[in-house]
Design a protein around this ligand. Structure first.
Ligand code: PLP
Length: 392
C-alpha cells in the first residue's frame, strides 16, 4: 500500500522537465525551454540583498511579509494601476508558485471542481490536483490575429460545484492578454456563481502594445469580490532564483492568510525581501530595458518562424513566449526531443500545456539576440529536414 494520498501518488513530472532533464546544464544546448532569460539579476538588486545580509537581516520576520516590502507593494500597485490596496490584503509567502499553491488550497478540496484557462503552465494542474478537487479546462481560441478567450465557452464549462477558476494574463504560453472589459465580464459571472478567480499576473509588465502593464483584475474588482491576485518578481525584475512573489486577497481573510503563510513557509527570506523593496522602488529602468529586449526577441521570432510554411504563429501580445503550431505534428514530445538531439536547442513540448496542444511547441524568447537568432535558425533547419514526416 502506498503511504501517499492518492492525489500525490498520481503526480507526474511535467513535460518541460521531462525533456530538459535529459540535457540540463549542457553548455552545447541553447535553452529556450524555461521561462527565464540569460541576464543575471542586476547589480542594484544584488547589492540590496548583500547589504541586508551584512546588516543582519537573517532572522524570522512577519510570515505575511516584512512591513517595508508590503508597503512597497501597495505603493507599486498604486503607481502602476491607480488603485488603493489595503496593506492587510497583501501577503508575501515566498514565490508566486507558492502563492498559487496556497490559493488552490484556500478554495478547493475533494468534491469541488476547478477550471483552468488553457493552454496553461503545467504546474497549475499539479497545484489543483493536490487539493483533491476535479478540474477541467477552457481553451483559448487561435486565429491568425492571435489568441482569444470565449466567455461563452467558459460559462458552458462551469458546473454547479465549480469553486475556482485559474486565469493567467498575459499568458504563458500563448501571450494572450485579457482586456479590461473581459475581466469585468468574467468577474461579474464569477461573482454571481461564487467562483473564486485565481488571477496569475506575473507577466504584468510584459506587454507589447503600448502601456506600462497589462490590465489587472485589481482595477475592476472590489475588496468583497471572490478574487486572489498572484504576482511576483521573477519575470518583471529578472529574479527567478530569488523565489519572491505576493498575493492580494480579500481583507476579511487577513487572519487566515497569516496562519497559512506561517504553515507554508513562514514568509520569504528576510534579506531577499529587502532586495524586493529595491526592485520595486528603483526597478523601472530595468523593466523598460527588459521589455525592449523581449520586444526585439519577439520580432526576431516572427521574422524567422512567423513566415515559415509549416508554422502557424501570431505575434504574442504579452509575456515572453511563442507557442507555434506545426499542423500535422504527431508528437510534440518527439519533436522537442528531436530538436534537442539534432540541433542542441531546448524547447518545451506543447502537450504539457493542456489538452489540444500536442501540435505546438513553446519557446522563451528572453535570450540575448545572437543566441536567439541562432536557436531559431536551428529550429527551422530541423523543420525543413523533417517537415515532410509531420504530414502537414
Ligand atoms: C504563469 C506562471 N505563473 C507563475 C510562475 C511562477 O513564478 P515564480 O518564479 O515567482 O514562482 C510562472 C513561472 O514560470 C509562470 O509561468
Amino acid at each position: 500500500m502506498s503511504m501517499l494520498r492518492a492525489e500525490i501518488e498520481a503526480l507526474e513530472q511535467n513535460g518541460i522537465t521531462g525533456v530538459a532533464l535529459t540535457r540540463l546544464g549542457d553548455p552545447k544546448v541553447i535553452p529556450l525551454w524555461f521561462g527565464e532569460g540569460d541576464l543575471v539579476t542586476p547589480e542594484f538588486i544584488r547589492a540590496a540583498a548583500k547589504q541586508a545580509l551584512d546588516e543582519g537581516y537573517t532572522f524570522y520576520s512577519n510570515p505575511r511579509g516584512r512591513p517595508e516590502l508590503r508597503a512597497a507593494i501597495v505603493a507599486y500597485l498604486a503607481r502602476l494601476y491607480g488603485v488603493e490596496v489595503d496593506v492587510e490584503r497583501v501577503t508575501v509567502p515566498g514565490s508566486s508558485m507558492l502563492a498559487i499553491t496556497m490559493a488552490a488550497q484556500m478554495c478547493l478540496s475533494s468534491g469541488d471542481h476547478g477550471l483552468i484557462v488553457t493552454p496553461h503552465w503545467p504546474n497549475i494542474d499539479r497545484a489543483f490536483q493536490v487539493t483533491g478537487a476535479s478540474f477541467g479546462t477552457v481553451r483559448q481560441r487561435w486565429s491568425a490575429s492571435g489568441w482569444t478567450l470565449s466567455l461563452d465557452d467558459l460559462r458552458a464549462a462551469a458546473r454547479p460545484n465549480t469553486r475556482a477558476l485559474f486565469v493567467n494574463s498575459p499568458c504563458n504560453p500563448t501571450g494572450w492578454v485579457m482586456s479590461r472589459d473581459e475581466q469585468r465580464e468574467l468577474l461579474a459571472f464569477c461573482r454571481e456563481r461564487g467562483i473564486v478567480i485565481i488571477a496569475d499576473e506575473v507577466y504584468h509588465r510584459m506587454v507589447y502594445h503600448g502601456g506600462e502593464c497589462a490590465p489587472s483584475f485589481l482595477q475592476v474588482a472590489t475588496d468583497d469580490d471572490p478574487l486572489i491576485v498572484v504576482n511576483g518578481f521573477s519575470k518583471a525584475f529578472a529574479m527567478t532564483g530569488w523565489r519572491l512573489g505576493w498575493m492580494v486577497t480579500p481583507r476579511r481573510y487577513a487572519t487566515q492568510m497569516a496562519v497559512l503563510a506561517e504553515c507554508f513557509n513562514t514568509g520569504a527570506p528576510s534579506f531577499v525581501q529587502r532586495a524586493g523593496v529595491a526592485a520595486l522602488e528603483q526597478g523601472e529602468d530595468l523593466v523598460h530595458a527588459l521589455r525592449e529586449q523581449y520586444r526585439a526577441g519577439r520580432d526576431t521570432v516572427m521574422e524567422i518562424l512567423g513566415g515559415h510554411p509549416r508554422i502557424e504563429l501570431a505575434a504574442p501580445a504579452g509575456a515572453f513566449y511563442a507557442f507555434p503550431r506545426v499542423p500535422g505534428l504527431r508528437s510534440s514530445r518527439e519533436f522537442a526531443l528531436g530538436v534537442l538531439a539534432e540541433e542542441d536547442v531546448g524547447l518545451a513540448p506543447g502537450y504539457t500545456f493542456g489538452p489540444g496542444s500536442d501540435e505546438h511547441f513553446r519557446l522563451c524568447f528572453a535570450q540575448s539576440p545572437e543566441r536567439l537568432r541562432e536557436a531559431l535558425t536551428r529550429i527551422v533547419r530541423y523543420l525543413d529536414r523533417h517537415g515532410a514526416e509531420f504530414g502537414a
